[in-house]
Write a protein that binds this ligand. Structure first.
Ligand code: PLP
Length: 391
C-alpha cells in the first residue's frame, strides 16, 4: 500500500461533534441501553403525508433520471415564489440553486466565494459546520464570541470591530443553532447597516425561520432595503420546517453569477439533487402549511416544559430561546469542561446533549428538544440527578 498522506485541507478540520455524539447515543440504544437523546438537530416527526405522496407520484411517473444540476425548473420557481411570499425577497429562478440540504448549499457557497486570505466572520456559539467549511475552502474563520448578556447575539459594534480589509463574508443564523435566539427586526436592520457600510457579503442561514415562539418574528436581512438585498445570500432548506432531514433538499439564493458558480462546482460533485425528492419539496412549498404549525406547536409545549425543568435544577441556568428547538444551558457553575460534562452525563446517566465546545463556547451545552415529552421528562430527571451528584 502506498503511504497514505492525506490532503492538508482534511487534516485541518474535525468531524462534526454533534454527529459523533448522536452516533454514540444511537449505538448505545442499539446495545439495548435506555438512552434519552437530546443531541440531534432533527424533528422527531414523520414527513407529512402530502409531501411523501408527491414524491411517490414522481417515482411512479418515472421522474427517476438525471435532471438539471441547479434543480428542477418547477422547484426553482416554487422557491423563488416562496422567497417573495414569505421573505419579501425578489429572486427569479436563475437566482436559486437546489442543493443536497442546507449544509451543501453553504458548502457550495464557501467554495465558490472564499479563497485563501479571505476572512469570514462567524459569531460563536456557531453551528458546528460554518468554521470547518470556511477552512476547507482555504479561508480564515474569524470567530466573534458572544455571551448570555447579549442573548448570544452579535451586536453591530462587535461586528464592526471584527471587520478588516480582508473580510469577505459575515455568517448570520437566526433563529440560531445552537442557542435558539432570534434577532429582532431592529437588530437585523442595525447589522444590515454595518454590512452595507463595510461593503461585505452576508449569508443568512434561515433554516429555522418557521420555528418561532412567543410572537417572535423573522426578518430576512435581504428584505431590509435594496442595498441590503445586494449584499445578501440566502441559505435555507426543507429539513427542519417540514421534517425532511433525510430527503437532503436545500437551496441557496443570491446573484445569478454566484449561483452559476455554485452550479458549476455542483455539476462536478453531486449533479442534481435526487429528482423525485425535489417533487416532494415542491409539494412542501405549494401544499397546505398546517403541518408546519402543528409541529411548531408541539415544539412550543416541549420548550416550556424543558425550560421549567432546567431552571429548577440548582447549578444550571438558561436564556429563553425564541426559535428553533434548542435550549442552550449554562453549566459553568459545575466547573467542568463541557466535553467532560457531556461525556460523563452520557456514560453515567445515558443522556446525550452536546457540549458547548462543539459550538466554540465553554461552560455551556445544547439540549435539543425535538423529542417526545416522555423522553424530556425522564431525561431532565436524570440531568438533575447528575448535576446534584457533581455539584
Ligand atoms: N444550518 C443550520 C444552522 C443547521 O442547524 C443545519 C442542520 O442541522 C443546517 C444548516 C443544514 O441542514 P440540512 O443540510 O439538513 O438541510
Amino acid at each position: 500500500m502506498p503511504q497514505l498522506k492525506l490532503a492538508e485541507r482534511v487534516t485541518r478540520i474535525n468531524p462534526s461533534m454533534t454527529l459523533v455524539i448522536s452516533a454514540k447515543a444511537k449505538a448505545m440504544k442499539a446495545e439495548g441501553l435506555d438512552v434519552c437523546s437530546f443531541s440531534a438537530g432533527e424533528p422527531d416527526f414523520d414527513t407529512p403525508d402530502h409531501i411523501k405522496a408527491a414524491a411517490k407520484q414522481a417515482l411512479d411517473e418515472g421522474k427517476t433520471r438525471y435532471g438539471p444540476t441547479a434543480g428542477e425548473p418547477a422547484l426553482r420557481q416554487a422557491i423563488a415564489n416562496k422567497l417573495h411570499r414569505d421573505n419579501h425577497l425578489d429572486y427569479s429562478p436563475d437566482n436559486v440553486i437546489v442543493t443536497n440540504g442546507g449544509k451543501h448549499s453553504l458548502y457550495g457557497l464557501m467554495n465558490a466565494l472564499i479563497e485563501p486570505g479571505d476572512e469570514v466572520i462567524i459569531p460563536a456559539p456557531y453551528w458546528v459546520s460554518y468554521p470547518e467549511m470556511v477552512t476547507v475552502a482555504g479561508g480564515t474563520p474569524v470567530i466573534v464570541n458572544t455571551t448570555a448578556d447579549t442573548d448570544y447575539k452579535i451586536t453591530p459594534d462587535r461586528l464592526r470591530e471584527a471587520i478588516t480589509p480582508r473580510t469577505k463574508l459575515f455568517v448570520l443564523n437566526s433563529p440560531s443553532n445552537p442557542t435558539g435566539m432570534v434577532y429582532s427586526p431592529e437588530e437585523i436592520k442595525a447589522l444590515a447597516q454595518v454590512v452595507i457600510e463595510a461593503d461585505i457579503w452576508v449569508v443568512s442561514d434561515e433554516i429555522y425561520e418557521k420555528i418561532l415562539y412567543d410572537g417572535a418574528t423573522h426578518l430576512s436581512i435581504g428584505a431590509v432595503s435594496p442595498e441590503a438585498f445586494e449584499h445578501t445570500i440566502i441559505s435555507n432548506g426543507f429539513a427542519k420546517a417540514y421534517s425532511m432531514t433525510g430527503w437532503r433538499v436545500g437551496y441557496l439564493a443570491g446573484p445569478s453569477e454566484l449561483i452559476q458558480a455554485v452550479s458549476k462546482l455542483q455539476s462536478h460533485a453531486t449533479s442534481n439533487v435526487c429528482t423525485f425528492a425535489q417533487y416532494g419539496a415542491i409539494a412542501a412549498l405549494e401544499g397546505p402549511q398546517d403541518c408546519v404549525e402543528i409541529m411548531r406547536q408541539a415544539f412550543a409545549k416541549r420548550r416550556l416544559a424543558i425550560i421549567e425543568r432546567v431552571r429548577a435544577i440548582p447549578g444550571l441556568s438558561c436564556s429563553e430561546p425564541q426559535g428553533a428547538f434548542y435550549l442552550y444551558i449554562d453549566i459553568s457553575k459545575l466547573e467542568m469542561p463541557s466535553l467532560d460534562f457531556c461525556s460523563q452525563l452520557l456514560d453515567e446517566k445515558h443522556v446525550a446533549i452536546i457540549p458547548g465546545k462543539a459550538f466554540g463556547s465553554e461552560g455551556t451545552a445544547r439540549i435539543s428538544y425535538a423529542t417526545d415529552m416522555d423522553t424530556i421528562l425522564r431525561g431532565m430527571d436524570r440531568l438533575e440527578a447528575f448535576v446534584k451528584a457533581h455539584s
